[in-house]
Ligand binder design. Structure first.
Ligand SMILES: Cc1ncc(COP(=O)(O)O)c(C=O)c1O
Length: 393
């Protein structure tokens, strides 16, 4: 049936194609050609969710009241577990009732926050490169996005002094994320202090995405924005259980911080969704209560992979600084190439999927992101294929 008269909303047509969807198409083609793909494209953690979390979910499945609609604001137990975790992890006090909100994954929350706060034409600052939802959410909401370029010279840390005065004056929200996806950069505590006083001066809401709160190496402990004095007056911080706890498919995350900001998001969500299956909230609660030894094991696993791949890339001519956090390596493409060509060349000639850096915004041009997914044997196979195909820096 002809449907050409059904036009998509402008807000949808204005969005560039979601790069992971495009990569998926190319992956399907490559698989059809018989290539055994090694997918280092998405940050989709491999391996099972830890057993205690699975057991908690199994037990919760037997609780009949959990089979109905969950409370809009999340279960009281999960919210309390979030507040306790914040106290234990960051020594930050939160009211479980008014300063925490469970989410159907942080991607959902990050995008919905924009719908709750952005009017058509409002200015939102989103550094480039960035995790796509930081840009897409505000774009869907009709924001006028100002995208300061992060640079290797500045260690991918946002330079606030480069944001023009007239942009800062009119901006409503700044999204940012350290440890950073895709660059794997971390920001010093001094940056967090600076961004709070800058945002207070210009009356800008801060949205910090702390997805990689626990994936840090060699004793490095990422800063929570809420540890900075006064930050809670103007900020919210997003978390996901997808990465640390291998729970990407369960769809659970949370946001914490300023009561009023959270209340706006809650109001929007009350009208859009029914919240998270209570069984999953019970499982997530257990995850946040796992002992630190579990976190240490996860960190060791990713650190080992980081070291292994960096060593392999060094043999192939790359010269890289070890990242202090995340599950990614941010790899410069050879001088005669660009992000897209390099990623396509690698996919077609080796069956290894990496994400072109420009998929995260123009500031990512010249790089590809490689996810540390799979054991060292599989990662070694990927590096061997690069060597065989003559892929070098
Ligand atoms: C920085 C960042 N934020 C949020 C997410 C999404 O997490 P979730 O699975 O909770 O939606 C990701 C996933 O890659 C991410 O890298």
């Amino acid at each position: 049936m002809k449907t050409s008269w059904i036009n998509r909303a402008d807000r949808l047509s204005a969005l560039p194609p979601y790069v992971f969807a495009r990569l998926d198409e190319l992956k399907v083609k490559a698989t059809e050609q018989g290539l055994d793909l090694i997918d280092l494209g998405m940050g989709n953690p491999d391996g099972a969710t830890p057993q205690p979390i699975i057991e908690a979910a199994k037990e919760a499945l037997n609780i009949t009241k959990y089979h109905g609609y969950p409370p809009f604001e999340g279960t009281a137990d999960f919210r309390q577990a979030i507040a306790n975790w914040y106290q234990r992890r960051y020594q930050v006090d939160l009211s479980a009732d008014s300063e925490t909100l469970p989410l159907l994954g942080s991607k959902e929350g990050l995008c919905h926050l924009a719908l709750a706060y952005v009017n058509q034409g409002d200015t939102v600052i989103v550094p480039s490169p960035s995790y796509p939802a930081h840009y897409r959410g505000p774009a869907i909401a009709g924001a006028d996005i100002y995208a300061p370029i992060l640079t290797a010279e500045e260690d991918w840390v946002l330079n606030l002094s480069k944001i023009p005065e007239n942009v800062a004056q009119r901006a409503k929200i700044l999204y940012f994320n350290y440890p950073n996806n895709p660059t794997s950069a971390t920001a010093p505590r001094s940056f967090f202090e600076e961004v709070v006083s800058w945002a207070k001066h210009y009356q800008i809401m801060l949205v910090h995405d702390l997805a990689y709160a626990e994936l840090a190496f060699e004793g490095y402990k990422p800063t929570s924005l809420l540890q900075i004095k006064g930050a809670k007056d103007i900020s919210v911080e997003f978390h996901t259980l997808s990465k640390t706890y291998n729970m990407a498919g369960w769809r659970v995350g949370f946001v914490v911080g300023n009561t009023d900001i959270i209340q706006g998001l809650r109001t929007l969500k009350t009208n859009l969704d029914y919240g998270i299956f209570s069984v999953i909230q019970a499982a997530a609660q257990t995850a946040l209560q796992l002992p630190d030894t579990y976190i240490y094991e996860v960190q060791q696993r990713y650190q080992k992979r980081r070291d292994f791949v960096m060593e392999g890339l060094t043999k192939l001519g790359w010269n890289m600084k070890p990242s202090k956090a995340t599950m990614y390596l941010w790899v410069q493409v050879p001088r005669n190439s660009n992000s897209t060509d390099f990623a396509l060349n690698v996919l077609q000639n080796t069956g290894v999927v990496v994400t072109p850096g420009n998929a995260f915004g123009e500031g990512g041009e010249g790089y590809v992101r490689l996810s540390l997914i799979g054991d060292c044997q599989r990662l070694g196979e990927a590096l061997q294929r690069w060597e065989n195909a003559g892929i070098r820096y």
